[in-house]
Ligand binder design. Sequence first.
Ligand code: GTP
Ligand code: MG
Length: 409
Amino acid sequence: MALESSEFKVDNTLKERERVVLIGVARSKHELPKLKEHLEELHFLATTANVEPIQYFHQLLDNPDKRTYVGSGKLQEIKEYCQKFKIDAVIFDDEISPSQQNNVEKELKIKVLDRSMLILDIFAQNAKTLQAKTQVELAQTQYLMPRLKGMWQHLDRIKGGIGMRGSGEKEIETDRRIAQTRIVHLKNKLKEIEKQTETQRKSRGEMIRVALVGYTNVGKSTIMNLLSRADILAENKLFATLDTTVRKVVIDNVPFLLSDTVGFIRKLPHHLIQSFHSTLTEAIESDILIHVVDISHDNFEEQIQIVNKTLLDLGAKDKPTLMVFNKLDLYENEKLDNFLFENEREEILNNFKNSWIAKTQDNCIFMSAVQLENIEDFRNNLLDKIKKLYKERYPFKAKYLWGYEDFIG
Ligand SMILES: Nc1nc2c(ncn2[C@@H]2O[C@H](COP(=O)(O)OP(=O)(O)OP(=O)(O)O)[C@@H](O)[C@H]2O)c(=O)[nH]1
Ligand SMILES: [Mg+2]
């Protein structure tokens, strides 16, 4: 029977409410707590993508298995579970190779994804503008390219006959060529879009540019709305914001441009960073960064490091930065034991604050963007930074704006 090639294309996109199992590997016992946190984050990513995580599986392995990532015994265990509980897809916490994906798919006979694919899926769901849509499609196509081969090898084996192999290979070539042409087309389209945004950027004139950056879901858009009344979607989902929004803000006679952009996450697919480079330009070219942190998150210190590393990779690290330790209300409610006496709570909180004040050389603010705690301090601190820069760059304008006294000070 002749088989239509399209019958065998592996459709790895997730459908709403599909039941998924999450899989992670720790290289040592010591890594287990970290793995648990990573799987919890993967769980949050999965629910953001509108699917239902049903179970976690993990394995201790010095090195992930070259063929199937987890060992054969573990894979068998996962297979039995998936059959018994009617699981639609498994998602690996790490990026798996095209051949690993292919081998596991053949064994489990359900969809196999990894963290990168899941993130790409969420980006695709959340992309609203032409630029974001094009950037996501470019990243997806680039991600898929090396995987096309795996799909066709899979097809060859199913067909079984040596005589069929030639046609399979030809099909890989055709698919690759189509993907390649699409990549060139998408890159050109992005260049066109970027030309327009560049003109917009250049026409903004002499204004200090401030960018909100940080891990995803820390409260960047909430703070943007607070300062600029911009009405940007802020919700308890990862990657709610994919585009960059820029608003002119004037506080106490001080005009500046404030931008809110896509959040970062660990293991952000390399292709995504590349194709979102232009969206991140606003942050890369800004004068001041507001690095927002969710201190109620168990893993906030690691999140700070991931953001710093991403900024370094983007060439945006050495800028005046105000660290905003946000969600102070949640920290107080969830991290401080309710049975402590009030003075004990205060002491713990002060110690926590002081250690970060020292680490950031006093460049930080503790606040709650939702409960409106400490907003005045935040605004004043930010204004000081903007004014300082403004005075350095445009001394005459600064004098005009704030008068001689302030200009001297
Ligand atoms: N309790 C509490 N919740 C907050 C605070 N700030 C933001 N949130 C909530 O945290 C969630 C994420 O906020 P966003 O402003 O969308 O975060 P973001 O950093 O823009 O997220 P992405 O665009 O997805 O990267 C929302 O549900 C907010 O209401 C805060 O200070 N306290
Ligand atoms: Mg946002």
